[in-house]
Structure formats: structure tokens, C-alpha cells
Design a protein around this ligand. Structure first.
Ligand code: NAP
Ligand code: GDP
Length: 324
């Protein structure tokens, strides 16, 4: 009996908010592949609790009594969704983050890992950008609502640590893509948007349109690579200050280059158009992954061409049910 009680006492309950999204589903897959007997993973979505509601968030923490939290839930979108809804991005994300972090504090959660983004970096800056530069100047105007709400997680983490000694930290991924992404043409990010557009162009025998000039530059991370790093951060990284989870600066590509990789993966042979009347957004946000490389020197990222191919295959095979 004593053994059973000890085992229960030592078991970590890891609550993953936003557990049904792009990043959450990848963490689920990777945690299943790397099972530990002392870890009990719980993945939740807005159906379990609307985290903009204090009462529902509190009830969720009461129900699962997590010892650890990976906090992913957020209003998320690509450049064009951000341009339209800066106020909603600000209000919804501020509410979700405050409810999750304060309930984690109230329920004595040992560790929270929240998710920032390289989209929150200052627009006018020197490169590469590192973890110490998040608050050095305003973000790009296209997504200031999302960016300032996300920056406040870092402020809150610091405050929970200084006032209450909490281990609340955060990671900073670059542009993420993979299975279970949002393939909506207006709201999604560039890779799922372009994959869906090519799918349509092939179906309808029409041209394929890339928005903007194609020259902005991005570092992309495959959701499965990010998931492996997230699990490592949860288990091993105990610093309060954020850590950038990104491929190297040398792996940054232009939008046109990534579009060409998708064209190749989809074997699209039709006409390609650049619609330069559409916004380019921030030209680049080149991030340094030196801190990560120092702590995880042997980590291997999936080559982007392979990751894109896998994502295209997933979208084709799951077209009916994919978010679009
Ligand atoms: P996603 O696919 O859109 O998933 C969002 C998740 O949040 C879903 O599980 C959703 O639940 C949940 N959620 C949204 N509003 C909620 C609410 N009011 N209450 C409870 N749950 C709610 O997003 P993602 O791309 O996986 O993003 C995960 C995290 O990574 C976010 O914090 C995002 O800011 C960050 N991030 C993403 C990227 C990227 O390129 N995608 C880049 C950097 C950082 P339902 O399924 O029920 O709606
Ligand atoms: P960001 O990385 O946060 O700026 O967000 P996105 O993933 O939405 O990428 C935006 C960049 O991709 C901008 O330079 C857009 O002009 C370009 N882009 C080209 N075609 C598309 C598309 O179909 N959807 C989106 N979201 N962006 C596109």
C-alpha cells in the first residue's frame, strides 16, 4: 500500500493547454514515443475549459490538480489574421495567460512552460536577436496586439518568481508548421496557407498565388522538432528567462524559397504568381539559437524539405478533417 501511495505522490501530472492544436498534437505524439512511468499527460482544448473565463480555468485546475503545465492555448494566426484583429489578439491572450498563470500559482504548480514567439521581437533591431532583446523596442505594427500580450508572459513569469518563487518560464519558437496546423487560407500561417492554395490550384487547374514579394525571410521549425524540445525544456530547463527554440541563422529561408519547396513537394507544374499588393509583414526576425545549441549540442532538426513533404502528405491524407 505504501508503495502505491508513494508512486501516486511521485507521479507528475502535466496539463497541456491548447493540447489539440498544431504544437499540442505534436507534443502528444512525442510524449507517447518517450513515455515515462512517473508522467501523466493531460491534453485539453477549449471544449474542456474556455481559458478566457477565470471560473472555468479554476475548475480545470481543480479537476486535474496538475503539478506541471505546458501552456500553449492562445488565439493564433498568420500575418493576415493579425492585421485584422489586433484588439482581439491582445484581449483574448491577456485573459488566457493571466488565468492560466494565476491558477498555476494558486494550485502550487511546480513548473509552467509557456509559449512566446519570435513574432514578438522588436522590429527595428540588430541581428541576430537573442533572448535578452525581447523588450528592446516596439514589435512590428502588423501584430502588435499578439506581440505585446505574449511579451507580458515574460513580465508575469518574472513577477511570479520574484514575489512567490515560482518556476514559470517560457520558450520562443519561430514560425511552426506540421500536421494538425490551421490550413485556413485567410487565417493560417504561410506554409499551411501555401500548401492549401496549391491543393486548390491543382484541383481547379488554376494558377498558384503567393502573397507579397516573396523576399521576407523566416526561420521555420517543424512541429515534431519543437515538441521534442518542449519536452526537454519541461524536464530539464529550470531557468525563468526564456529560451529561443529555433533552427540556426544559416537555415533562414525566403518566402519564395519555401514556396518553391512546397511546389516541389506537391509536384505542382502550373503557373506561379506573386501578388505584391498583399503585405509582406516584418521583413525578418532572425533569431540566435546559441543558447539552445549550448544546452543541447547534439539536437538534430529535421531537414525542412523532408518536414514539408511530411506535412503535405498529412494534409492530402487528412483533407476532409484538416482545419481549413
Ligand atoms: P493552434 O493550432 O491554433 O492551437 C491553439 C490551441 O489553443 C487549440 O488547442 C485551441 O483549442 C486552444 N485554445 C484557443 N483558445 C482557447 C480558449 N479560449 N480556451 C482554451 N483553449 C483555447 O495553435 P498552435 O500553432 O499550436 O500554437 C500553440 C502555441 O504556440 C501558441 O501559444 C502560439 O502563440 C505559439 N506559437 C505558434 C507559432 C506558429 O507558427 N503556429 C509560432 C510561435 C509560437 P480548440 O481546438 O478547442 O480551439
Ligand atoms: P509571420 O511569419 O508571423 O509573418 O506570419 P506568416 O506565417 O503568416 O507569414 C507571413 C509571410 O508570408 C509574409 O511575408 C506574407 O506576405 C507571406 N505569404 C505569402 N503567401 C502567404 C499566404 O498564403 N498566407 C500567409 N499567411 N502568408 C503568406
Amino acid at each position: 500500500m505504501a508503495d502505491v501511495e508513494k508512486k501516486l505522490k511521485d507521479t507528475k501530472t502535466i496539463l497541456v493547454t491548447g493540447g489539440t492544436g498544431l504544437v499540442g498534437m505534436a507534443i502528444k505524439e512525442m510524449a507517447d514515443l518517450d513515455k515515462r512511468p512517473d508522467e501523466n499527460w493531460v491534453f485539453v482544448s477549449s471544449k474542456d475549459a474556455d481559458l478566457t473565463s477565470e471560473a472555468e480555468t479554476s475548475a480545470l485546475f481543480e479537476k486535474y490538480k496538475p503539478t506541471h503545465v505546458i501552456h500553449l492555448a492562445a488565439m493564433v494566426g498568420g500575418l493576415f489574421r493579425n492585421l485584422k484583429y489586433n484588439l482581439d489578439f491582445w484581449r483574448i491572450n491577456i485573459k488566457i495567460n493571466d488565468n492560466v498563470l494565476h491558477n498555476a500559482y494558486k494550485h502550487n504548480v511546480s513548473k509552467v512552460v509557456s509559449c512566446l514567439s519570435t513574432c514578438i521581437f522588436p522590429d527595428k533591431t540588430t541581428y541576430p536577436i537573442d533572448e535578452t532583446m525581447i523588450h528592446n523596442g516596439p514589435p512590428h505594427d502588423s501584430n502588435f496586439g499578439y506581440a505585446f500580450a505574449k511579451r507580458m508572459i515574460d513580465v508575469q513569469n518574472k513577477a511570479y518568481h520574484s514575489q512567490h518563487g515560482c518556476t514559470f518560464t517560457s520558450v520562443i519558437p519561430t514560425n511552426v508548421f506540421g500536421p494538425y496546423d490551421n490550413f485556413n487560407l485567410q487565417d493560417g500561417h504561410v506554409i499551411p496557407g501555401l500548401i492549401h492554395k496549391i491543393y486548390r490550384a491543382k484541383e481547379d487547374d488554376t494558377e498558384f498565388t503567393i502573397w507579397g514579394t516573396g523576399s521576407p525571410r523566416r526561420q521555420f521549425i517543424y512541429s515534431k522538432d519543437l515538441a521534442r524540445l518542449f519536452i526537454w525544456v519541461l524536464r530539464e530547463y529550470d531557468d525563468i528567462s526564456p529560451i529561443i527554440l529555433s533552427v540556426g541563422e544559416e537555415d533562414e529561408v525566403s518566402i519564395k524559397e519555401v514556396a518553391d519547396m512546397i511546389i516541389e513537394a506537391c509536384e505542382f507544374r502550373g503557373k506561379v504568381i506573386l501578388d505584391t499588393s498583399k503585405s509582406d509583414g516584418q521583413f525578418k526576425k532572425t533569431a540566435s539559437n546559441a543558447k539552445l545549441k549550448n544546452l543541447q549540442p547534439d539536437f538534430k532538426f529535421t531537414p525542412i524539405e523532408q518536414a514539408i513533404k511530411e506535412t503535405v502528405t498529412w494534409f492530402m491524407e487528412n483533407y476532409e478533417t484538416a482545419r481549413k
